[in-house]
Write a protein that binds this ligand. Structure first.
Ligand SMILES: O=C(CO)[C@H](O)[C@H](O)COP(=O)(O)O
Ligand SMILES: [Fe+2]
Length: 219
């Protein structure tokens, strides 16, 4: 039985104190970095220089969530830089299977993300080439949004698609102590949590609480 993984998202951390903010989450299983280009989503965050700074500052695996147009062009550089997982959106990738192979060749694991309106069935024929399937549980673009309850049924369908081994199932958006148990019960095993961790007084305690709540149902 695998244990649930908690990946804090640094989207809403205090970026002026990046090293301190990464130290606050040192007990996590990975660090989730949201790259937004103001085209695929209506927000601009950061790109390679910040990802490189994160990689140089933490020893945790870095999980890059690319909310960008044309990931076929830009994602390989994130694999080359040393990210553990590089996740691209199914809606943006022109040739997802070719891109997954390229990310593997460059030494990274490949993730495939779905916006809330994209069905699990839409990626049934390509997901086998990926290591991780990300079901977005908010509309991508901003932290601090409410978990979309209809995504629970989608997580269940995603779990049936990926089976019990091999491809990991990640959820991202609105994951809190109030929602993580239902996401775990539905089949998720990697949990991205931004506000629930960074807005907590004690981020390490928040990580530990989320991990233990998910562990009641997962994996
Ligand atoms: O991809 C994202 C937004 O598009 C973020 O990873 C996500 O929103 C995390 O923040 P929170 O836990 O506060 O919802
Ligand atoms: Fe994300």
């Amino acid at each position: 039985m695998r244990s649930p993984a908690i990946h804090p998202s640094i989207l809403n951390c205090d970026i002026a104190h990046l090293a301190d903010e990464l130290a606050r989450v040192s007990s996590a299983d990975g660090v989730h970095v949201d790259v937004m280009d103001n085209h695929f989503v209506p927000n601009l965050s950061w790109g390679m220089p910040v990802v490189e700074a994160v990689l140089a500052t933490t020893s945790l695996p870095v999980d890059a969530h690319l909310m960008i147009e044309d990931p076929d062009r830009w994602a390989p550089a994130y694999a080359e830089s040393g990210c553990d997982v590089v996740t691209v959106h199914a809606e943006a990738a022109a040739a997802p299977v070719r891109l997954a192979h390229e990310l593997h060749r460059l030494g990274a694991r490949a993730g495939l993300a779905l916006r809330p309106a994209t069905s699990v069935e839409a990626v049934a024929d390509v997901v086998q080439d990926f290591d991780l399937l990300l079901v977005m549980t908010v509309e991508p673009g901003f932290g601090g949004q409410r978990f979309l309850e209809p995504m629970l049924a989608k997580i269940e369908r995603a779990r049936r698609l990926v089976g019990s081994a091999g491809i990991r199932l990640q959820v991202d958006g609105g994951i809190t102590p109030q929602t993580i148990e239902r996401a775990a019960e539905a089949g998720a095993e990697v949990f991205v949590a931004g506000s629930a961790v960074y807005r907590a007084q004690d981020a390490q305690a928040a990580i530990s609480e989320l991990r233990s709540l998910a562990g009641r149902h997962c994996c």
